[in-house]
Design a protein around this ligand. Sequence first.
Ligand code: UDP
Ligand code: MG
Length: 313
Amino acid sequence: MPTLSIVVPIYNEAEGIVLLFEKLREVLSAHEYEIIAVNDGSRDNSWDELLKIAASDTHIKLINFKRNYGQTAALNAGIQAANGDVIVMIDSDLENDPADIPKLLEKLNEGYDVVSGWRKSRWEKQMLTRKLPSLMANKLISSVSGVHLHDYGCTLKVYKKEVVKDVKLYGEMHRFIPVFCKWQGGKITELPVNYAPRKYGKSNYGIFRTYKVLLDLLLIKFLDKYMHRPIHFFGGAGILSFIVMFLATALAVYFKVTGQKDFVQTPLPTIAAMFFLVGVLMVLLGILSEMLMRIYYESQDAFPFKIKEKVNF
Ligand code: UDP
Ligand code: MG
């Protein structure tokens, strides 16, 4: 049986965590497991509660951040510390139900690398203000990333160690972990899970997370297509600019030689000069990005590909 690492991010959840750990222990009793709880700079007494819980149970490992770094950082720290073959991530506010874990693991055993929870019944009472935006966001992320999931925002997901250990998380990118797993060659699916609204504390995100998600998505699209060849993106934009420059120049010259308009009578020379500059800058940016990409890989002796297996080496 694979060993499990349960990763739990915790920010101001003092009231709920005793119950959470009770439920987790009950569900996990048949497994070999560790629980890695990351206290993300809570301002309440979450940390004291955690120390109490961990004192009597060596399954529970604690990481205490110096300050609040955000859910992505907390999950990242948990992933890095995990020793299990399978990593389970779950929210600490009891919106996710630990009782769903066995079901997700069973699905994983069918040959998947990631099984994502899908809180089918979330926001049922706030159709217009929450459910619809969430539906649209998940549709958009699915179609841009090519990884079709109904609930990117659900933390409760299980991952095989191989596809998630090397994933690099920055900013608020935890929502896109399945996409990064796909980039590592992972096979991804989803399962409906239970959902219970928060009883204690309050949510750390509002509807205004949307614009951040859009920007992150843009970045993901860029990284997916051009991470290993940024010159094609920036150089492409540069070439487009040069084309506009040539067209503007040609038109200005045409007006001049046919005697219709002098150079100073149209904005065309200015446009040509502007696009020339943009074109040069774009190409230079492309070269710079290529150098950065090389530094990124070569500084860690990494390669921009993952080998599945080798034979007769
Ligand atoms: N969380 C965290 N650091 C933060 C914000 C949230 O570790 O800065 C944790 C929080 O304790 C919870 C999970 O991340 O376990 C999800 O947060 P929340 O419930 O506020 O988000 P929502 O469920 O509303 O999307
Ligand atoms: Mg929550």
